[in-house]
Design a protein around this ligand. Structure first.
Ligand code: NAD
Length: 489
């Protein structure tokens, strides 16, 4: 690049012990909607992680001995500061990730703010257990204490949203943290670091090291002074993290991929179901772990559903993410776009029908976005259950629609994948809704709705979708160590 070009680049720095520190090497980060390199991200390794862990260890004694109320006030202040800069954060998230500005404004950043407020409040409401044993003259009670330095590793699809979903409970419970966001989406985490001091977060309580999974991520996972790792990302990376952390017997929370079914019975209210299922398939370019990618429709309504569903999907406009009228932005990277397209080609080769989107409809992009990583919402029908499109996580704007006959059959087919994160069931029959919900192998089941969350309740997946749950009580339990104390009187 020319001098003028390199000067225009945004250069991030690690945040260690309350200070921004440069790194000896950097990696390029792309703007997915233009294909240009616009940012340089520290390529941290062992050395930087070592410094961050040391800062977090040093900060632990003071932070962990603060009262929950003191910590709560700091979390609330941080929430206010992020909210004050909401527009700036939303613009940055959209540019860095490719997501639409509308999604960043209405989902990502408000949720990041809410994560801090939510845990600022919930930390004040936990009580521990007590059990009396009069015959023995004993009383038992439990006490909970923060664990120490928490390692937090997050993915690129909901960058600040998912990172703060870990940072907030970790520090609310009194831990100190070393966080590593995805190397592809590091900007909003760096912006948040600029607000920590003003919020009253003491130096060393939140440290952020930027870099790749192979270098910075592994250094964190293998560090002997980090007893706990909270990870959100792919199942493959989780397997690697499990292996690498095993010699240290680390506590792990793993939130992984999904291959989420939507089951639509013939008594479903299609006027609600169709727009909601288009949204659950294509929101955030289909890059949400909870997105629907297998739609099972009961035979009697199959053709009507397909017709209306495709018509609705075609209404979704793909283009420049900073245009507020756009519904589908850019995918995260060139490689990812290519991977998603390959799935569509494989389905075609296997005899499935692509009803709209990739390879079928023209994609017109503004001049500035010609090199961006765009793809139209794509609907595929008649895909075999054993096809890779019905088995593997695609993580893009692609959804498969197939027909089924009976309740028994659809439960078996819906459960016939290695994942078990989220499912949706559409039916007007309340008995059926409960029956099916109970039998689905899925950490979350939404009936007649999608993505409605109460953060008090457990979030997480079964089977290859993860280990552990997050939520008010679950995060509290994960980020604290419990002790049972017995007193004889
Ligand atoms: P990824 O597994 O490639 O990367 C996730 C994070 O792990 C990144 O920060 C990456 O740098 C880091 N990493 C990679 N290799 C590592 C290693 N060896 N050691 C330590 N860290 C390492 O996932 P991604 O592509 O960024 O994200 C997409 C995936 O995340 C999808 O599978 C999606 O379903 C999943 N996801 C799950 C949830 C959930 O809550 N269950 C939420 C969002 C995304």
């Amino acid at each position: 690049p020319t001098m003028a070009h390199s000067k225009a680049l945004l250069v991030l720095e690690n945040f260690i012990g309350g200070k921004f520190v440069p790194c000896s090497s950097y990696i390029d980060s792309y703007n997915p909607s233009t294909g240009d390199v616009y940012c340089r991200v520290p390529d941290s390794g062992k050395e930087e992680v070592e410094a961050a862990v040391k800062a977090a260890k040093d900060a632990f004694p003071v932070w962990s001995s603060k009262s929950p109320l003191e910590r709560s006030q700091i979390l609330n202040k941080l929430a206010d500061l992020i909210e004050h800069d909401l527009e700036e954060f939303a613009q940055a998230e959209s540019k860095d990730q490719g997501k639409t500005i509308t999604f960043a404004r209405t989902v990502d950043i408000p949720r990041a703010v809410h994560n801090f407020r939510f845990f600022a409040s919930s930390i004040l409401h936990h009580v521990t257990e007590c059990s009396e044993m009069p015959a023995m003259g004993c009383v038992h009670y439990t006490s909970r204490a923060p664990v120490g330095v928490a390692g937090l590793i997050s993915p690129w699809n909901l960058p600040l949203y998912l990172l703060t979903w870990k940072i907030a409970p970790a520090i609310a419970c009194g831990n100190t943290v070393v966080a590593k966001p995805s190397e592809m989406t590091s900007v909003t985490a760096w912006m948040m670091c600029k607000l920590l001091e003003k919020a009253g977060v003491p130096p060393g309580v939140v440290n952020v090291v930027f870099g790749t999974g192979a270098r910075a991520g592994e250094a964190l996972v293998c560090h002997p002074d980090v007893p706990l790792i909270s990870f959100t990302g792919s199942t493959r990376t989780a397997q690697r993290i499990t292996e690498r952390s095993a010699p240290h017997c680390k506590r792990l929370s793993l939130e992984l991929g999904g291959k989420n079914p939507a089951i639509i019975f013939d008594d479903a209210d299609l006027s609600q179901c169709i727009p909601a299922t288009v949204r659950s398939s294509f929101a955030n370019q289909g890059e949400i772990c909870l997105c629907t990618s297998r739609i099972f429709v009961q035979r009697g309504i199959y053709s009507e559903f397909l017709k209306r569903f495709v018509a609705e999907a075609k209404k979704w406009k793909t283009g420049n993410p900073s245009d507020p009228t756009i519904d589908v932005g850019a995918l995260i990277s060139k490689e990812h776009l290519e991977k998603v397209r390959t799935y569509v080609r494989k389905a075609q080769a296997e005899g499935a029908r692509v009803l709209c989107g990739e390879g079928v409809d023209p994609l017109a992009l503004p001049p500035g976005n010609q090199k961006g990583y765009f793809m139209l919402p794509t609907v595929i029908a008649e895909v075999k259950d054993e096809s890779c499109c019905m088995q593997e996580e695609i993580f893009g704007p692609v959804t498969c629609v197939v027909a089924f006959d009976t309740e028994e059959e659809v439960i078996r087919r819906a459960n016939g994948v290695k994942y078990g994160l989220a499912a949706t069931v559409w039916s007007g029959n309340v008995g059926r809704v409960h029956r099916v919900a109970h039998r689905l192998q899925s950490g979350l089941v939404w009936t007649n709705c999608w993505l409605v969350r109460d953060l008090n309740l457990p979030f997480g997946g079964m089977k290859a979708s993860g280990i552990g749950r997050e939520g008010a009580k679950d995060s509290y339990e994960f980020f604290t160590e419990v002790k049972t104390i017995t007193i004889k009187h």
